[in-house]
Design a protein around this ligand. Structure first.
Ligand code: NAD
Length: 331
């Protein structure tokens, strides 16, 4: 087995406890994230464990790894590390910890959706500036366009993360709306959300509009100027998915007028250009692509990846296997 992770992230993902569970189960060689494709043991390896920044398993590497039957990824999407042609080899399996990674993204998003609905984001700057004025002004707290009760959250895509956000919003007195071309009205009802027929309708009816689609050729730029124009004044766009799903020039044009607000964990390009207005606008809450697993959460994904390896070694089915049939529609 080759462990294809760089030294600077290795310990965060694969703790001594997790590695201890592998001891005696397999011959393990440690290789760098990029170097693993040239490792002397590649021809013998049956399993490769990949991570952030690992070199891609492409057809040329695969040809030099005739015994390789599994790729176990310690992080979320495997699109950067796997050429789908690997599935042509009979019995080849892939495990990704995308579901473990969905939990922190959903927690991060749901927390910010709640703060956006209550108008809390941006208040810190205003309080610092206006001090006593803001403290005594009743208008702020009596404004019915703030608060959770009766407000609406539009979810773009019932993806794994989209579904978890829906779950996390369930205890709150908000109406959750969903647009997803792959989800029927009956499925939406089972999810406890209101199905809407188009992206524009979702925008029209959302106080907070939260993007959870995968970045695919069909979704690139789907949140365009027309969709953004359908949002009512003072609505908030939340994007923890991928920047390229939004027509960013159209979004910036709305944000600079102050008509809309945005919570952006992702942008396109990433990071934004030095002269992008996104850096300085008070109505933009910008973070550097950190909604996914970080800190103590990384070992959760790494430990789960080790469990997957142990299942393979024991001849059991993977629990987090990537399904090649739905790969094209997934993040
Ligand atoms: N900010 C971060 O740190 C972070 C971390 C992980 C994932 N992400 C991003 O979050 C998003 C959701 O990830 P996921 O793993 O939940 O996605 P996923 O793979 O579960 O999404 C697949 C689903 O998206 C929906 N979908 C497919 N095509 C669509 C289309 N044309 N229009 C609308 N919906 C469509 C379908 O319901 C499909 O089942 C992705 O963009 C992913 O890259 C961000």
């Amino acid at each position: 087995m080759l462990l294809a992770l760089d030294d600077d992230i290795f310990d965060a993902f694969l703790t001594p406890e997790a590695l201890g569970r592998l001891a005696g189960q397999a011959r393990v060689a440690r290789a760098g994230a990029q170097d693993w494709t040239g490792h002397p043991d590649l021809a013998e390896a049956r399993v490769v464990v990949t991570g952030w920044g690992s070199a891609r398993l492409d057809p040329e590497v695969f040809a030099r790894a005739p015994r390789l039957t599994a790729l176990v990824h310690t992080a979320g999407t495997v699109k950067a590390v796997l050429d789908p042609s690997a599935w042509h080899r009979p019995g080849f399996v892939v495990s990704s910890q995308v579901e473990a990674n969905a939990a922190p993204v959903a927690a991060h998003t749901a927390a910010l959706v709640v703060l956006a609905l209550r108008g809390t984001l941006g208040l810190r700057e205003r309080y610092r500036r206006d001090r006593r004025d803001l403290f005594t002004r009743r208008g702020w707290v009596t404004d019915p366009s703030r608060g959770l009760a009766g407000r609406s959250v539009g979810i773009l895509s019932a993806s794994r993360i989209g579904r978890e956000v829906i779950e996390l919003l369930r205890p709150h007195p908000v109406q959750v709306l969903l647009y997803d071309p792959y989800v029927s009205p009956a499925e939406a009802e089972a999810l406890g959300v209101t199905w809407v027929a188009s992206l524009t309708e979702l925008a029209e009816r959302s106080d907070v509009f939260s993007i959870h689609a995968p970045w695919l050729p069909e979704t690139e730029g789907m949140v365009d100027a027309e969709v953004l124009a359908a949002l009512h004044d003072d609505a908030t766009v939340v994007n923890t998915a991928r920047g390229a799903i939004v027509d960013e020039a159209a979004l910036v044009a709305e944000l600079v007028t102050g008509r809309l607000n945005a919570v952006l964990d992702v942008t396109w390009p990433e990071p934004p250009a030095d002269d992008s207005p996104l850096w300085d606008l008070d109505n933009v809450f910008l973070t550097p692509h950190v909604a996914g697993s970080l800190g103590s959460e990384l070992a959760v994904m790494g430990g789960q990846a080790v469990d997957e390896v142990l299942r393979l070694l024991a001849g059991k089915a993977l629990r987090h296997e990537v399904d090649p049939r739905s790969f094209a529609q997934q993040a």
